[in-house]
Ligand binder design. Structure first.
Ligand code: GLC
Length: 481
């Protein structure tokens, strides 16, 4: 039996801002319990939903030296679907209105505290991991502390670390002097071959240098980040560590995302009856959102954080023109104000075509996957992307830019061979995107049989965790024979 510890800044069902939480909340369930004991450590944020907080049980507390002070570390515990979760409690650090936000230096201090506390609670809870699996920059210091701080301690000696990159754009960078003060690490660690990054210190970089293995969430992204365009300044380091870097594509929770048993749907459907049943969800959603009720009109869904990463500047460029077509666009999500305002504006200007829902709602997201005919995701970069996997599962045909995980999970339509599960374009160019949307419109309106066959293939594609979880298991076994 091997002990695996996940440490992350968010995880479903407790707290979620993005795809990271979905992965942390679903992957551990699918790791084979006969061979692995996987546990998870998360921060106990005050902003967690009350019903989730009610599920946590107090375990213990102690005080830990941190940033010239002695800080309270509370430990809570909960079990979900057979997975043990531990929570680090400290209201000073985790008391904000949201998991993230505020100054960079504050974020760095918060997650340095979290990383150190996550290691410190292990002897207290009596769980000695063989491998600590770290996720994103918030946990980048764990491999560093493991090699240094905790090295002299028998309990920690020999524990291996994996660093998984969900998004290379966020690294936790700040002036090296301040970071040194907070982390308490000696000068030795702040040279350019370690945490040093020009005048800054970079927490993710520390993780990438000291982890025993590095993964990211698709194999195309694993290649891309070794290039300057996608490398966010760390491509050199990633090239140097190429032998320790692999891409393992994410899955989604196939029980939660199942159009046949989805409790949020008025009209559940499956791969056999979707030709009759799926469209009922479209009508229901049109009614709910105040769009003209017409089952023939092609509905395009967008569910996303509204940030540059997701390609919204391309959409901004051609949305007016696209709204001349016979389509409906349903958007759900929050993010940068300019994009929220853009969609509100178009929902006002084309009220019979655009529905702008500038908030997040899990039930509504399921309804959109079920109701929409196509799903637009023109990302500038996309480490994996989960929405296109959900869209495939619900027979909503993805229209994507072929980058990162989008390239690995959506096969572009080929009319001659009658293959493919979606539509793709290569260059980050608004008109290329629009041409591709219009290609999809043509197939949808002029060749419904082909369109439905594409839905057959999309719904038959398998992106459950099964395959990917076994790849993580292989890696655990390889690191710890
Ligand atoms: C980040 C990435 C996204 C990925 C997710 C989970 O949110 O932007 O592409 O799917 O992490 O790994």
């Amino acid at each position: 039996m091997k002990n695996i510890l996940f440490v992350a800044s968010e995880g479903v069902p407790f707290i979620k801002t993005g795809g990271l939480a979905d992965v942390v909340g679903s992957l551990p369930k699918d790791i084979d319990k006969r061979y692995f004991d996987v546990r998870v450590i998360l921060p106990k944020y005050t902003c967690m939903a009350q019903e989730m907080k009610d599920k946590l049980e107090y375990v213990s507390n102690f005080y830990m030296d941190f940033h010239w002070k002695s800080e309270y570390v509370g430990i809570f515990h909960s079990e979900v679907d057979g997975v043990h979760y531990y929570f680090i409690d400290n209201e000073y650090f985790f008391g904000g209105m949201a998991p993230y936000g505020g100054d960079v230096i504050w974020e760095i201090e918060k997650f340095t505290f979290f990383s150190k506390a996550a290691l410190s609670i292990l002897p207290v809870i009596g769980f000695r991991p063989d491998i600590i699996h770290c996720h994103d920059w918030q946990t980048g210091l764990i491999p560093v502390y493991l090699k240094e701080r905790f090295q002299g301690n028998e309990f920690f000696r020999g524990i291996k670390a994996i660093m998984t990159i969900h998004n290379l754009k966020f690294q936790g960078k700040w002036d090296a002097k301040d970071v040194q003060d907070i982390t308490g690490l000696p000068d030795y660690y702040f040279t350019p071959d370690k945490l040093g990054y020009y005048k800054d210190a970079n927490l993710l970089k520390g993780g990438l240098v000291y982890a025993d293995a590095i993964t990211t969430v698709s194999s195309t992204y694993a290649d891309e980040i070794k290039t300057e365009f996608y490398g966010e300044g760390l491509d050199g380091l990633l090239r140097a560590r190429t032998n320790d870097l692999r891409g393992i594509v994410n899955g989604i929770d196939y029980t939660e995302f199942n159009p046949e048993t989805d409790k949020f749907l008025e009209y559940p459907f499956n791969a056999i009856n979707f030709r009759k049943e799926k469209v009922k969800n479209k009508r229901a959603l049109q009614r709910e959102l105040g769009l003209p009720e017409d089952e023939k009109t092609m509905m395009i869904g967008i569910i996303s954080r509204l940030t540059d990463q997701k390609g919204f500047d391309l959409i901004a460029y051609v949305l007016d023109e696209l709204c001349q077509d016979a389509i409906q666009i349903v958007v759900l999500g929050t993010g940068e104000e300019q994009y929220e305002n853009m969609f509100r504006h178009f929902a006002w200007k084309y009220s019979d075509k655009v529905s702008a829902n500038m908030f997040y709602s899990n039930p509504l997201s399921h309804k959109i996957y079920a109701a929409s005919d196509a799903f637009l995701m023109p990302s500038l970069f996309e480490p994996c992307g989960l929405s296109q996997l959900m869209a495939l599962r619900y027979g909503s045909i993805p229209i994507v830019r072929q980058t990162g995980g989008l390239k690995d999970t959506v096969e572009p339509y080929n009319q001659y061979e009658s293959t493919g599960t979606g539509f793709g374009f290569l260059n980050y160019n608004a008109h290329e995107m629009m041409r591709t949307v219009r290609e999809a419109e043509r197939v949808y309106y002029d060749n419904k049989r082909e369109w439905n066959k594409m839905i057959d293939r999309a719904m038959a594609a398998n992106f459950s965790w099964e395959v990917s979880a076994s790849k993580y298991q292989e890696m655990y076994d390889w690191l710890r024979p």
